[in-house]
Structure formats: structure tokens, C-alpha cells
Ligand binder design. Sequence first.
Ligand code: PMP
Length: 427
Amino acid sequence: MDAPGVQAGHGEHGGRNAAAAAAAGTRLDPWFAAYAERAHGMRASEVRSLFAVANRPEVVSLAGGMPNIEGLPLDFLAEMTAKLLRERGTRALQYGGGQGEEELREQIVEVMRYDHVHAHPDDVVVTTGSQQALDLVTEIFVDPGDVVVAEAPSYVGALGVFRAYQADVVHVAMDEAGLVPEELDRCLAELKRQGRRVKLLYTVPNFHNPAGVTLTMERRPQIVEICRRHHVLVLEDNPYGLLGFDADPMPSLKSIDDDGVVYLGSFSKTFAPGYRVGWALAPHAVREKLVLASESAILSPTMMGQLSIAAYLSGYDWYGQVKSYREMYRERRDAMLSALAEFLPEASWTVPDGGFYTWVKLPDGLDAQAMLPRAVTNLVAYVSGTAFYADGQGHDHVRLSFCYPTPERIREGVRRLADVVRAEAEL
Ligand code: PMP
């Protein structure tokens, strides 16, 4: 499997390599020479190419980030959908406005109160999952060669977007307490000294994907202050914020600096990803650009999805559902941590207080990417740490997700992984 790109696409295809790639590419794909420069940087993520094997029933997949939605009230949703179509069908099946339906935006404002955000519905843009919001923000801010600063490691889907817009991703270290403020400050000062244009800090402060850590309360205002001082917009991605196991959500970065932060939210993990509804909350002028960019990409977000979610939020105890998700994921997190302690004591790992993932450091000398085919042969799948860096790091880590398999399967998966690790260490 390919490592993700080393930095961004531009420059990557110059010179002799470009000629060789073009020659090979033309043989396989007659349109190779016609692709835009940005398309050359696009490739299937390691996570995507794993899906086919990892989904075989005999494989315990600790790889994917699919939420477990078996606890959803399907009978309620079936009736709700029938009612929606019967009573408001011509609206639900029609085009809508580019910014999204006002009734849903009002409800999104209520959802964000849990993150201590006090917003106005006019500043919310409904998107096709938060993934589209990542794309829109990058489209309106990033020119080829601009720098996006991101945590080390970072969400693979965001790295794919940054690569598509030919950004240079520069990673900044995290520790158990999240992104390290001193490292961020030092990095931004150095980039400035080099004359680089830094456009965004991309960060997942809560229950990080893939690192499993959460930015402490103490660090939150520090991160915001550093970005403000360097005039860098913060892109705060918060799909897991309500899925904390022990405590209520901490104030989001957006609640600390309204003007300097674009906040992204999603119903994918707290409700269901199939509706494909997320949102961006942005400063007023930025919001206008986002709406224009979204209209030219998709005209309007799904009306059926928006009105379904609005009906669910107003007609069901959605926060009760979130609480039952938390209980289920906490039990799975516990199963993962105790299996790691039992079977893989020679590794080390983060202890997530919420979300879906733990980030495991392999014993010295092991290579997560090279080991993966042997793991799959031993019927367990994970994502190699290399997927989560734009610069080739991550060989010594794996991301294990505990969201989808049952606690028993998680234990079995970790046991199988430990066998592979031990066999590998003895080679
Ligand atoms: N951001 C992060 C950190 C994610 O983990 C994901 C999904 N795995 C997304 C954004 C995108 O989610 P969606 O488009 O379903 O809202």
C-alpha cells in the first residue's frame, strides 16, 4: 500500500520523475497527461484501500472509523420519514437554499451550546458532512504552495483535501495533553522567517482522530492566542465532541475566539452518517464565501437529510441517544485498553476519554506499514500510522479503532495483533 504523499502535489511531478510517471501513466490511462496538476496528488487513502479486505467477516477490523449505529430507533425513524414525506414531501424532495434550511440551522445552534458556542443561525452553513466543509474552507483559503499547519498525526481525510488543493502540510507535535502550544508558536515563527504563507491551523481538539487525545482546558486559550498573534485562521474540526466518556464537553476554540475560528460539526457520529449532514460555523464574511463555494459545488445540501435530522432533533430524545452511544463506546474503549494491557504490554498507547480511537506505539524496530499484510493474513486489520502524516512519518504507530466491533471481537483482534507483533519482533 502506498504511503500518503510526501508534502503536496506541486513540485512532486517535476523533472525526470515526472517523465517516468507520465510514460507509465500513459500506458495505463490514456488521459494521464490531461489531468490537472492537483489530480496527480490524489490517491486512495490507506484506510480506503483497506476497506475491502477488512470488511471480510473473518477479519477483526480495528481499522475503520464507522460508527456503530445498531442502537438507533429504526422504527421511530421509519415513521418519522413516512410522516415527513406524507406531510412535507414536495419540500423534502425539492432543491433548497445553498446555506441550508433555517429550521435546522436553528437546531444546530442549540446543539453547539453543549460546546459553549453561542452562535446565530445566520452564521451556520449546512454541508454534506463535515468532510465537505473541510473542502470548502480549504478551497476558499488555500492556494497551491500555501502552508496548512496540522497536528502530528492528523485526520487522513483532511490531509487528502489539503493535498487536493496543493497545500504544503506542516505537522506540529502533540502530547497526551493535545497540540503543544510552544511547538506551534515556534513552528509559526519559523515559517514566517522563511517567508511562507500559512493559511490555516487544522485541529481536532476533542478525542482526536487518530491520536485519541484531547486538548486540555489550559492549552485552549494559548492555541487561540498564538494563532491570533500570527494571523492564522483556526479550523476546528469537532465531530466527536459530544462523545466524551466521563465529563461534559470543554469550551470549544470557537467559544474562545469567535473571529479567529471556523468551527466544523457533524451529525455523523452523534446520530448517523448516512444522512450526510454536517455544518460550518464561520465569521460572517467567511460564511458568505462558504455559501458561494458550496452553491457552485452542490447547489444545495440534501433537503431530505436536513428535514429528517430536524424532525429527529425535535421529535426524539436525541441527547439520550448520544448518552447511550457514549456508554457503548466507553465499554468498547475499556475492552480495547484491557486487551492491550493483557496481550501487548511491550507497546504503549494513548488513553482516550471519548471518541473512537487509540494510537499505539509499536515496540522499537517494527514497521506498521510493512506488518499490515501479515496482520491481515492473521485476520486482524488496523491503519498504519503512515496514513496520518503528509511527510512520511508514522511507521512506528498504528491506529486502533474500538467503535465498530463488539468488546469480545476487540479482545480477539488485539490478541491476534499481539501474535503478529511478537512474530515480527522475532524475525
Ligand atoms: N473530521 C474528522 C476528524 C473525522 O474523523 C471525520 C470522519 N471520520 C470527518 C471529519 C468527516 O465526517 P463527516 O463528513 O461524516 O461529517
